[in-house]
Design a protein around this ligand. Structure first.
Ligand SMILES: O=C(O)C(=O)C[C@]1(C(=O)O)C=C[C@@H](O)C=C1
Length: 311
């Protein structure tokens, strides 16, 4: 049986993602997203990790992006690769330790959740605060961790706080649902990546989970360019055009340059592009080597059919 790391405790959306992907494997909760990466690369006992990458409402899960970036900064010989993707419907609930009256709701001044959640429930919390009075938003390591904290505090001291998490997290921690489906945009979805330790050094990642309803393959690459050369980004993207490869995402995060130590404003780019049967990987490697200061091909995995779901 494989061992699969996810952001715990049980009841997180990451837990849901890992159940969808690996219903019959041993699921191992980790305390943070960095811990998922670290334990996967450092312990051969672990087989996979499932981590959130982006949310349809508020975009990048920066913790995960920055880990790929940090791994590239430290070592151009990647120690893991992306072998699949998973999608989870995110329907947030406002959760309390016990059933609350309107007066009790007015006395609540703290809401706990994972930092990624605030941008998904901004309008809801603005009108909640208008109705019941201003609340402080306190970050927790995960949504289920937030619900656990809210319930534990009530048990220990009788203090009433609120948490935002899934219906499952409410029922696991025996919380009461004050309001459900509170995300501002219906159809709110988070995309997760499945990671595996890399086998030796290879410039093109080669492991992939079997297809999950779609035969399309996605390549995931990070790179850094010499920004002082006009057209340097276009040169990299032209590599894709030359081989008629369709890019399906591009984003960037700050890069902490080690070669030009005084430079602050440099970027790490993240691109994804679709595979083609006649892709010339030798040429691709050569072109990326030529146009990038450094680059890593992180994965070549099947598109999950849930990607196309419209809700
Ligand atoms: O806290 C959780 O439940 C998680 O699995 C993490 C996470 C995230 O980091 O994006 C996953 C999905 C939701 O968008 C909110 C939080």
């Amino acid at each position: 049986m494989s061992k699969v790391l996810f952001l715990g405790p049980v009841g997180t959306y990451s837990h849901q993602a890992v159940i969808q992907q690996f219903p019959d494997e041993e699921l191992i909760p980790a305390a943070s997203i960095p811990e998922c990466f670290e334990r996967l690369v450092s312990s051969t006992e672990m087989d996979y990790a499932v981590v959130p990458l982006e949310n349809s409402t508020n975009g990048q899960v920066v913790f995960t992006y920055d880990l790929f970036r940090d791994f590239m900064e430290l070592d151009q010989n990647p120690r893991l690769e992306v072998v699949g993707e998973q999608y989870v419907d995110i329907a947030h609930c406002l959760i309390s330790p016990v059933k609350l009256s309107v007066d009790q709701l007015k006395n609540v001044d703290v809401v706990y959740s994972h930092p990624q959640v605030w941008g998904q429930v901004k309008d809801y919390l603005t009108s909640f605060d208008k109705k019941y009075g201003k609340t402080s938003k306190i970050d927790c390591s995960s949504t289920s961790g937030a619900v656990e904290r809210c319930l534990n505090e009530y048990e220990a001291s009788g203090k009433i706080t609120l948490a935002i998490g899934s219906r499952v997290s409410a029922s696991l921690h025996k919380g009461t649902i004050v309001d459900s489906d509170i995300n501002d945009i219906k159809g709110n979805t988070t995309r997760f990546l499945v990671l595996k330790r890399r086998d030796g050094f290879n410039k093109i990642a080669s492991q992939s989970l079997p297809p999950n309803g779609d035969e399309t393959k996605v390549n995931f690459v990070t790179f850094v360019i010499n920004q002082d050369n006009p057209g340097s980004l276009i040169s990299v993207l032209n590599v894709l055009r030359e081989q008629d490869l369709n890019m399906c995402s591009i984003s960037s995060r700050p890069f902490h340059n080690h070669t030009q130590s005084e430079r602050k404003w440099q970027y790490c780019f993240f691109i994804e592009f679709y595979d083609k049967s006649d892709i010339d990987y030798e040429l691709l490697i050569e072109s990326f080597d030529q146009h990038c200061e450094r680059w890593i091909h992180w994965g070549r995995f099947y598109r999950n059919a849930l990607y196309y779901q419209i809700s």
